[in-house]
Design a protein around this ligand. Structure first.
Ligand code: NAP
Length: 361
């Protein structure tokens, strides 16, 4: 029996699920034991079920090719042999909410990429470098669910990762207002150019639900744990426009910020490059050594050159300059399916394991 924690990937055939499978190939702590998807895929081997939909650069890992895919709704069969689940299913919000609670109630921790539980008051929404202390609500959540080991933790939306780390690094200068436009890759919709040819050479000025998430989720990330729930911060106002652009991986944000204690450029850069969190201290397997890089060149960060910085787990900031209306403006870039989705969730699971919340069953 392997010493590694055994994982089930819910939605393993989808875009984020495939990322989970790739990242977990040869992971030092975790091993994919079970893969679940819709009834369309259930009963087929993973290789058959994914077929030509495999979108990752390398081939399907040998270790998972012959795993027979289960049905996500068969909670007992999926959860029985695993220590925790990683979730990235495309069902309705209500269905996801219910099924993730069902998994937690089988004493199987759930680390989710889905948005369904991001505003459940006792579910922590974690960027491990920024708010690991939100894990404290898990004990209260377990009481509500009536579990000993089962709980749900989530990671936030992909769009916020290109500016929230910078704003966090600048907290002592008290940023209080930000206007941003995000330029988001098509993989954020689970698609590539073969599946979405209309996006070639195109820009679409709408991504359903994304602007609200981009404006509100950072406030929950900066929230405080009070009486067993997360109380969102009200220190800052954020307004966003989210635009789909013809890029495969990488969300870029162009942001304008006002500060109560207006810093110098040197101070801002110093805070970015010295920002480090618990994952770096614990040396979690997926943690970037340098979480935020600052790029002085006026044409960086660029998607093609910089999206894979720190294996797609780091954030690149550039074009920091004074603004005529706001105080400072900058451009941020992060990888939407690594830092912004599967990578962020795996790092969150590593943090939960290192902190004693996920264990062998
Ligand atoms: N792509 C991103 O960058 C990103 C970022 C953040 C969050 N998310 C969120 O992550 C989730 C997955 O996104 P994705 O882009 O990976 O989607 P996707 O490529 O469409 O994959 C969806 C997965 O869900 C399964 N599924 C669909 N309908 C189902 C049903 N009725 N019952 C059980 N399983 C079902 C699919 O199985 P079959 O293959 O059998 O159909 C597939 O495994 C979504 O909630 C999305 O909003 C995505």
């Amino acid at each position: 029996m392997s010493e590694k924690l055994q994982v089930a990937v819910l939605g393993g055939t989808g875009m984020v699920g495939q990322r989970f499978i790739s990242i977990l190939n040869n992971h030092p702590w975790f091993e994919v034991k079970t893969i679940a998807a819709s009834p369309r895929s259930a009963g087929q081997t993973y290789e058959e079920a994914v077929g030509s939909r495999w979108k990752m650069d390398g081939p399907i890992p040998e270790s998972v090719k012959n795993i027979v895919v289960k049905d996500v709704t068969d909670v007992k069969a999926v959860s029985e042999d695993v220590d925790f689940v990683l979730s990235a299913v495309n069902m309705s919000k209500d269905e996801i909410k219910a099924i993730e609670e069902e998994y937690a109630k089988t004493e199987t921790p759930v680390v989710s990429n889905n948005s369904a539980h991001r505003w459940t008051p006792d579910v922590p929404m974690i960027i491990p470098e920024i708010n690991p202390e939100h894990m404290d609500v898990i004990e209260f959540q377990k009481k509500r669910l009536g579990t000993n080991a089962g709980f749900i933790a989530v990671k936030p939306n992909c769009s916020i990762q290109s500016y929230t780390p910078a704003l966090t690094a600048w907290k002592e200068f008290e940023p209080y207002e930000m206007v941003a436009t995000t330029y988001q890759a098509i993989s954020g919709a689970g698609k590539n150019f073969e599946e979405w040819p209309e996006m070639v050479g195109n820009v679409i000025p709408f991504i359903g639900g994304e602007e609200e998430k981009s404006e509100k989720e950072p406030l929950r990330i900066w929230g405080k744990v009070e009486n067993g729930v997360i109380v969102p911060s009200n220190d800052m106002k954020i307004t966003c426009q989210c635009i789909r652009i013809p890029v495969l991986y990488g969300h870029t944000a162009a942001a304008f910020v006002k500060f109560r204690k207006n810093p110098t450029k040197e101070q801002l850069v110093e805070k970015l490059v010295n920002f480090s969190g618990l994952p770096q201290k614990l040396e979690l397997p997926s943690a970037p050594k340098q979480f935020i890089q600052y790029m002085e060149e006026e044409n960086r960060p660029q998607v093609t050159l910089d999206v894979n910085y720190e294996n797609g787990m780091g954030v690149s900031i550039g074009r920091l300059r004074e603004d005529t209306i706001y105080d400072w403006k900058f451009v941020g870039l992060s990888h939407n399916t690594l830092r912004g989705a599967a990578g962020g969730a795996v790092e969150c699971a590593e943090l939960l394991k290192a902190s004693g919340y996920i264990n062998k069953k």
